[in-house]
Design a protein around this ligand. Structure first.
Ligand SMILES: *[C@@H]1O[C@H](CO)[C@@H](O)[C@H](O)[C@H]1NC(C)=O
Ligand SMILES: *[C@@H]1O[C@H](CO)[C@@H](O)[C@H](O)[C@H]1NC(C)=O
Length: 592
């Protein structure tokens, strides 16, 4: 065996001639690009490098030793006829399955040590699958990652972030490190809803107009939704054990006064509705200065699931280093901050609603896969995670691919494209039809998961050659389910408004799922956990199939809602009355 490393790391120089055959021969001159954009992402501009001495916290996702162990466990505990159905994993069980191989840790630690990163700054996070390295000098990070960190300003909002257009890793680390963050993901919690990333999947589609009267027959309110989805007569009883979580990112939190006003108008039995706030990474909470997105989300989960206890997560992103160039900057990552926090709790809420989505192509592949793996952890812990599909039909704007090729294709959204969440599209009216803005389509990152393969391929067969080349037929398809998404009542700073978007739909489905979880928990059964295997299986019978409407975009008419699954409304909208007996079905535990 030839020994050909140029740099032998000090701790590794333990073999004969300082050369170990494997796996510790780590050449640091052989850097391979991990991810790089062909240009500065749209709407961002460089302000140049930060001041000398600026530091950054790096998070490093490590490859698990047992590659598919957690996915396999997830499918076992969420597939009805499996003997492990409902045996959701504990924090420790997840940690065991996502643990990296000791060689991976050793290699990564040696690499960090070579660049003088003190071991005391390294800790394990995100269920044991990531390392967080605090206080790395930007100059060190540039060396470690072959990167060129600069401050970037978002032109519409002036938000300033520290990122690099590309980064690399030594070839020997490529297979061990899944992603490093923050690097090339330009999303950020600070941007407003009108910005390109972390856009709440709603509230912007229709002008927010004042509501003339609370009796307006076309206004979607809790009583309208509870009648439509047949949950009106159900009385929750597991308030001591059931919990509904609502994710919010920088600057978004609800107001208790607005919640009360909403309930006074639309659900008088629930005027004492309340929620607790968990502040993640310095997230704010000023009840007198709420966000309309957070208000919308909490009002409509409460409107359905009251009196189920609620947690609102206010995820922050305070700059951990001194402002530079007169601009506050941040190196935080909204998904990682929030997922890291929730996964670190001994218990996770049984139902979680998140109304944020963005174009998949603006999320680097390595980062999207690593974040999706964290959603996988959350689902494996027994949470039903509902995310809005987005408001852009089959794609946003002109649908030009951002690789410089000029190619046009349908643009899916993230995190809906992650196979381990339940994506919620939008409908409107009675009888229900697809809402035109309802985002849906096919990932370019994630393969089609087994639970939807059959229904998705039926849709594609019936579609024939239409849109050939505009979408990826071998991929994870979304949404999975849908709910009303237009003319939603919401209260904001003491007034009533109406709004629209799949931001409205995700909280409604979360409310219904939370009631289904309430029923199971009140019977001492485990919560539903990851829903999709059952939605595409026996629970289809409890959904209203939506068969009209479409989601135009990219200069096309988009996909049409059809009988069965479609990439506009998924499998359809929930019928609580039908789902309750189906999803509370008990399977005899196989004692064999
Ligand atoms: C961004 O900064 C420029 C110049 O400093 C200013 O004119 C503009 O109003 C700012 N925009 C926002 C959204 O704060
Ligand atoms: C299509 O999706 C698969 C994952 O399902 C991916 O590997 C492939 O690169 C995608 N193709 C294009 C053209 O993006």
């Amino acid at each position: 065996m030839r020994c050909h490393q140029l740099f032998v790391l000090p701790v590794l120089a333990v073999g004969p001639l300082g050369c170990l055959a494997k796996p510790f021969a780590l050449r640091l001159d052989d850097m391979r690009i991990k991810h790089s954009w062909h240009a500065v992402p749209a709407d961002w501009e460089s302000l140049g490098p930060p001041l000398a001495g600026t530091t950054i916290d790096l998070r490093i996702a490590l490859k698990p030793h047992r590659e598919n162990a957690l996915v396999n466990a997830l499918y076992e505990v969420s597939t009805l006829d499996h003997s492990r159905y409902g045996a959701h994993l504990s924090q420790d069980q997840v940690a065991e399955l996502v643990a990296p191989h000791p060689d991976t840790l050793e290699l990564v630690n040696s690499w960090l040590e070579y660049y003088d990163v003190p071991p005391s700054s390294i800790s394990t996070t995100h269920g044991g699958s990531w390392l967080t390295v605090t206080g790395v000098l930007v100059s060190q990070a540039n060396g470690l990652l072959g990167a060129s960190y600069e401050l970037y300003r978002h032109v519409a909002t002036n938000e300033t972030i520290l990122r690099t257009i590309g980064y690399a890793l030594p070839a020997a680390l490529q297979a061990h490190v899944r992603t490093v963050s923050p690097t090339t993901y330009f999303g950020s919690p600070r941007t407003s809803r009108k910005a390109l990333h972390m856009r709440p999947g709603g509230a912007a589609e229709e002008p927010v107009t004042m509501l003339s009267s609370r009796d307006d027959p076309v206004t979607v309110t809790p009583s309208y939704l509870r009648r439509l989805y047949d949950s009106e007569s159900y009385k929750p009883s597991a308030m001591d054990r059931n919990m509904l979580g609502v994710a919010g990112y920088h600057g978004e939190y609800p107001s208790p006064a607005d919640l009360r006003l909403f309930m006074e108008n639309y659900r008088t039995d629930g005027v004492d509705a309340t929620y607790t706030v968990e502040r993640v990474n310095g997230g704010g909470y000023d009840p007198s200065d709420p966000g309309s997105e957070a208000n919308l989300n909490v009002q409509h989960t409460q409107g359905i699931a009251y009196p189920t206890p609620h947690i609102f997560y206010s995820t922050g992103g305070l700059p951990p280093f001194t402002p530079s160039n007169g601009q506050p900057t941040n190196d935080n990552e909204p998904y990682l901050d929030w997922l890291g926090y929730v996964l670190n709790q001994p218990k996770v809420p049984q139902t979680i609603s998140s109304s944020y989505s963005e174009s998949e192509q603006t999320v680097p592949l390595d980062y999207a896969k690593s974040v999706c793996d964290l959603f996988l952890q959350l689902s494996a812990r027994g949470a039903s995670v509902l995310v809005s599909s987005g408001n852009w039909g089959v794609g946003i704007g002109d649908c030009v691919v951002n690789d410089g090729s000029g190619k046009v294709q349908f643009l899916p959204t993230f995190p809906s494209s992650c196979p381990y969440v339940t994506s919620v599209g939008g409908t409107m009216g009675i009888p229900e039809a697809a809402a035109r803005f309802s985002s849906g389509g096919f990932s370019n990152y994630f393969k089609v998961p087994p639970y939807q393969r059959e229904q998705v391929s039926t849709f594609i067969q019936n579609l024939g050659s239409q849109y050939h080349g505009l979408y990826n037929a071998s991929s994870r398809a979304f949404p999975d389910i849908a709910a009303q998404a237009q003319r939603f009542a919401v209260s904001f700073k003491g007034k009533l408004y109406i709004t629209a978007g799949t931001s409205c739909a995700a909280p409604v489905v979360a409310g219904i799922v939370s009631l289904l979880n309430d029923f199971r928990i009140s019977q001492d059964k485990p919560p539903l956990g990851f829903l999709n295997p059952r939605l595409y299986g026996d629970a289809r019978e409890g959904l209203n199939d939506i068969t009209s409407g479409s989601n135009p975009g990219c200069g096309t008419d988009g996909f049409s809602a059809v009988v069965g699954w479609d990439p506009v409304t998924g499998l359809g909208t929930p019928n609580f009355g039908k789902l309750k007996p189906i999803l509370s079905h008990v399977v005899p535990i196989d004692m064999g």
